[in-house]
Design a protein around this ligand. Structure first.
Ligand SMILES: [Zn+2]
Ligand SMILES: [Zn+2]
Length: 147
């Protein structure tokens, strides 16, 4: 496999006990689809803390999957300000340098203040639903009434 950022051949590496593919050029890492959960499991064995939606605000990524070469999807991991890339064919996840540490920090955050994290995710869900429906109607209604 080659790095989706700079096409350098990826090297196998053990990270927190997980076999990942590491780019020696940019220090990014490719995790197989199930390995993101394994990375989360290095911080908590409690599945409740690892449940829920992880891919918020999905959008096109500029990176291609190193397995199938198809364009990947970028998303905000667990509604945090952390952008990861994933393959629609569930080949895996691309983590830029240092993002594996951020994933672990976010899981720690959920363990410490689960309710707070869940509220942030629900607020995001409500916002997205609002954009899809009622909110735009009220925005249009507002401008319409001023004409
Ligand atoms: Zn690279
Ligand atoms: Zn793929």
């Amino acid at each position: 496999m080659i790095c989706p950022r700079d096409a350098t051949p990826l090297l196998e590496e053990r990270m927190h006990g997980i076999e990942v593919d590491h780019c020696p050029q940019c220090n990014g890492r490719w995790l197989d689809h199930h390995e993101l959960d394994e990375l989360e499991a290095t911080r908590t064995k409690d599945e409740d803390h690892r449940s829920g939606t992880i891919d918020y605000a999905r959008r096109d990524s500029e990176l291609n999957c190193p397995v199938c070469s198809q364009p990947m999807t970028a998303f905000n991991y667990r509604a945090y300000n952390l952008e990861l890339d994933t393959c629609e064919q569930e080949h895996g996840f691309w983590l830029d340098a240092g993002e594996d540490g951020q994933v672990r920090d976010i899981i720690d955050d959920r363990v410490r203040g689960r309710n707070r994290a869940v509220k942030a995710e629900q607020a995001w869900d409500n916002f997205l639903e609002g954009v899809g429906g009622g909110m735009w109607d009220s925005v249009r209604g507002f401008f319409g009434s001023r004409r």
